[in-house]
Design a binder for this molecule. Sequence first.
Ligand code: ARG
Length: 586
Amino acid sequence: MIFEEIEELLNNATSKAGYDEKLSVTFSNMPKMCDFQCNDCFSLAKKYGKNPFEIAEDIVSKIENTQDFVFEVARPAFINIKLTDKKLSDIGNDYLKDPRGGLAMHTTQQKVLLDYGGANVAKSLHVGHLRPAIIGESLKRLYRLLGDQVISDVHLGDWGLQMGLTELELFEEGKLDYYFGKSKTPYHITIEDLNYAYPRASIRKNQEEDFRKKAETWTYKIQNKEEPYYSIFKELRELSVSEIKKNYASLGAEFDLWYGESDASDYIPEVLKIIKDKGLARESEGALVVDVAREGENIPLPKKEGEVQRYSNPMPPCIIEKSNGAALYATTDIATIYMRNKMFNNLGRIEYVTDARQHLHFTQVFRVSKLAEISPEEQQLLHIGHGTMNGRDGKPFKTRSGETIKLEDIIEMLVEKAGEKLKSNGLEFDRDLALKIGVAAMKFGDLINNVDKDYVFDLDKFMAFEGKTGPYLQYTAVRINSILNKVKDLSQGEFIVDNDEEREIIRCILKLNSSYEICYKNKTLSPLCLATYNLASAFSSFYNNYNVINEQDKKKQASYVSLLNLVKNKLAQALNVLAIEVPEKM
Ligand code: ARG
């Protein structure tokens, strides 16, 4: 909104000066000199064959009188714009009254299906599930804040070999006897049974050929809904889901839908028929494939005798059906798009947050869905691929013995580390509090990086109470709350900008507000993290220089209280998107 205000003044003057171009402004590159700048006089000069500095001066001289902004020309030909104290104060008072704190809502809003999480039934959630949960949850909240209607779906991986493996293992342990009429009393399968069965079966699969083959047959029976295999599957799935929900809850991730691959599988025959009827499929080595390559892809590279053919820009065909009838990851995802469009009309976007290494898979799935018109033309399908979380050695984070780390164990590490911090700050250990701080540390440590970048899991750095960390933001919010509690009986009064620290706070709020849109466009939370940190740090400077509680000038004090409330609201709004909770104390 502030941009529009400035641009309107500027463009009225531009047309008075005889140009019909529209100029635009950006935040200033030199915040010490001005708040906003316009760089467009250079291109105007080129177009009209005039001197850029003179054009800038001409435009500025024609700007209407305003008490809100100061326009100045700077060499070579920038127009610098400063906000007056009156304007900064007005912004503060207006944003305080507005429940959104000046954050605009999109004028066109979309219905979005956001697929993130990707937990697999029977397998434990592991470190690889951390980033999609953190990023997906925040994107969901961001989209909603800006007006989109978002449906989140965890899209359980529940239709693969792991189901057959787990059932077979449980069967061999005698835990499924009841289902097969070998025992009269049902055995109550527990989560511990599951946690034991899958890892063991997965080792056995690699060592015992026989076991693997049998597990494949079991999987096939489950997928054909044969009894009792299918009923057992449903029971295991339910058990597993309750465990998965607990883990996601510790991370603050909530899903509207708990559908899985198995739900989409009902649509596979229909989807295959559509693809075949459209003549998109061809046979290749016993499988059915769809060619999805476009111009410029699959360009054969020169090859020597006896070498395999290689391609630049490879885009292999998408395999949609195999001769053994097993469900394929790609086909299941295509069927899921089909199902989602049947369930919800007018889905503007379907977005997926997964590891960047699944990019080829999604490209193929999206192309088949578009070719087969399973996804309507105007629907946007998007894969948001994230980088990996690495250990200090720069390789994907693993245990010392090289195993994948369970999500539960990471959560415990966070709690422990946060607990140590609390103790060193003289507070008693409290699990809930430690969890809130630990999770905030993890989330901010993740989200401050661009989504597609890898980063190093450095708990000491993430957990610091100072600097660009989650706990620092929590600490700032806690501090504001505690001051506001102490001055409870004081009413807030008109906010009147009075010092540089306050000016900086309002500027930070303007930047914070505009960071939401940048995040929305670029599918990342990093700009929001930085802007939130900058606001917190601007507040700290204010706090270090002014004593709100002991301020004798009552008018001033009332203005401080207003400012505190505004900062509190803006921090809360941002932390809510980052899914970081503010503790009672710290
Ligand atoms: N379950 C998958 C995994 O663990 C992720 C699923 C992502 N979503 C999707 N629609 N394929 O890798």
